[in-house]
Design a protein around this ligand. Structure first.
Ligand code: MCA
Ligand code: AMP
Length: 443
């Protein structure tokens, strides 16, 4: 098994012709291994390689090829603006290599490096950092989730999430190739596509589930599934209740981060409570630091954690406590029975919109690059569908909201664009002259 210990089911697993479907195209494991072998031959020996992570069989072959060759894969968001793309390529030193799914080759096992993926993710300030994920962490997480969700080769996994983040790529692709479940990636995560796919196991971010329950026919079509899983952001209780009413299923919620993979989850065999994300997975330790009334920062430890931020030892060190626990930055409570509830984030500068993590600082810097913008403050405002929407407060003359949104869109990914722009004559500041986001006027 060349890439041990990650894609166990891919070798000697199913010989079904439709093992994997992505956006309407289908292949068998044999075809995938052939295409991935061709990728592996091309990338062997490279430091890291970047792939345009569209929702396609090419992306799946690229990631499997990287694992075969022992070369870390850096997925690029296909809609990333030039600044973002250039940053990722420069920071990672990855080469962009095209993938042709029609090419096939055998590939003999390469001595595998430990790093499997480098995923770029936003912090509160500055450009995104590369999160280095090892094979061992990925394998440990997928096994813990398979156990928690009773996820097996008998499942058909359905989702339509982006293939450049943990949710869609690690759980949604590598999870299928490790458990041997059939995979149907719907291209986009629309309610209609989920309904038509006839799966047993469904993954979605809360925005997807919110859209599903608004499409009653689509929601009812999911009643034949075995398990609906929600994660990447808080699932609103009304969406939980509507899913139960329309599909007959209570969704399983799970919690994680790019840096830690999924660490906490409700169980297929256990209770599912709205507003709660279940208990720690096997091999994971969790604790609440400095709790007040039981609430404080959630800190985690265990075998699924990242190897560090690429090339940033100080940032890596700062993300851990002195006694070796990873600081999630999420504010949580752990009930006496071990059930975790995520109640907020320590910093308002990390925004979750549609399940995407967006650093306020990155959007502010993009806005400040516009010559007409003197000051900018970006926040996440509550939004029924997206969880939060990006709102930009700017001090600027002679520029329209639409121009500023387009300006950001030309630099960063679509989902990092402000949905609303408010013009102020000045930003609220404290006596020290520091901008105070909590004093900004309501949107
Ligand atoms: C978006 N649009 C805009 C703007 N933003 N137009 C003008 N101004 C803007 N500011 C456009 C979009 O391009 C789209 O156009 C249309 O408006 C609708 O956008 P939207 O409402 O955002 O819907 P969407 O594009 O369908 O996206 C919703 C989504 C998406 C599909 C739920 O947010 C998504 O895929 N989220 C998943 C994120 C994810 O996987 N996160 C996991 C991170 P057009 O229709 O023309 O394209 S990993 C993680 O969190 C951990 C480890 C974990 O726990 O899982
Ligand atoms: P990312 O690195 O994109 O995976 O984002 C990680 C963040 O998503 C976490 O720090 C949480 O703030 C949030 N998150 C993930 N899953 C959940 C969940 N089930 N409930 C609430 N927040 C979540």
């Amino acid at each position: 098994m060349p890439d041990a210990p990650v894609l166990t089911a891919l070798y000697g697993g199913t010989d079904r012709a439709d093992a994997i479907t992505v956006d309407g195209r289908t292949c068998s494991y044999e075809e995938l291994l052939g295409a991935a072998g061709a990728v592996a031959r091309r990338v062997a020996g490279v430091k890291a390689f970047a792939v345009e992570a569209t929702a396609s069989l090419e992306t799946v072959a690229a990631v499997v090829g990287g694992l075969l060759a022992g070369v870390p894969v850096v997925p690029l968001a296909p809609d990333a603006g030039p600044d973002e793309r250039e940053h990722v390529l420069r920071d990672s030193g990855a080469e962009v290599l095209p993938v042709d799914f029609r090419e096939r080759a055998d590939f003999a096992a390469a001595p595998a490096g430990e790093a499997a993926l480098v995923l770029y993710t936003s912090g509160t300030t500055g450009p995104p950092k590369g999160v280095v994920l090892s094979r061992a962490a990925i394998a440990a997480d997928l096994d813990a989730l398979a156990d928690a969700w009773q996820w097996t080769a008998a499942d058909t996994l359905v989702h339509g999430l982006p293939l450049f983040h943990v949710h869609g790529l690690v759980l949604g692709v590598l999870g299928a190739l490790r458990t041997g479940s059939r995979l149907v990636h719907t291209g986009r995560p629309t309610p209609q596509a989920y309904a038509a796919a006839g799966g047993s196991l469904y993954f979605g971010v809360p925005t997807v589930w919110h859209r599903v329950v608004r499409d009653e026919a689509a929601a009812r079509a999911l009643s034949g599934a075995r398990l609906l899983v929600s994660g990447s952001a808080p699932l609103p209780a009304p969406v939980f209740h509507s899913l139960r009413a329309l599909t007959g299923h209570e969704p399983v919620e799970r919690y994680g981060m790019t840096e830690t993979l999924i660490t906490v989850s409700a169980r297929a065999s256990g209770e599912r409570r709205p507003g709660a994300v279940g208990s720690a997975l096997p091999g994971i330790g969790t604790r609440i630091a400095h709790p007040a009334d039981g609430i404080g920062e959630l800190q985690v430890q265990g075998s699924t954690l990242f190897d560090g931020y690429l090339g940033r030892p100080e940032a890596t060190a700062a993300s851990y406590t002195d006694d070796g626990w990873f600081r999630t930055g999420d504010i949580a409570a752990i009930d006496p029975d071990g059930t975790h509830r995520i109640v907020g984030r320590a910093s308002t500068d990390l925004i979750k919109s549609g399940g995407y993590r967006i650093g306020a600082g990155e959007v502010e810097n993009a806005l400040l690059a516009h010559p007409a913008v003197r000051e900018a403050a970006v926040v996440g405002a509550p939004h029924a569908d997206l969880g939060q929407e990006i709102v930009a407060y700017v001090v600027a003359d002679g520029v329209s909201a639409a121009e500023l949104t387009d300006f950001v869109a030309a630099r960063l990914s679509v989902h990092k664009r402000p949905r609303r722009v408010r013009f102020l004559s000045e930003l609220p500041r404290n006596a020290m002259g520091k901008p105070q986001k909590r004093l900004l006027p309501p949107v």
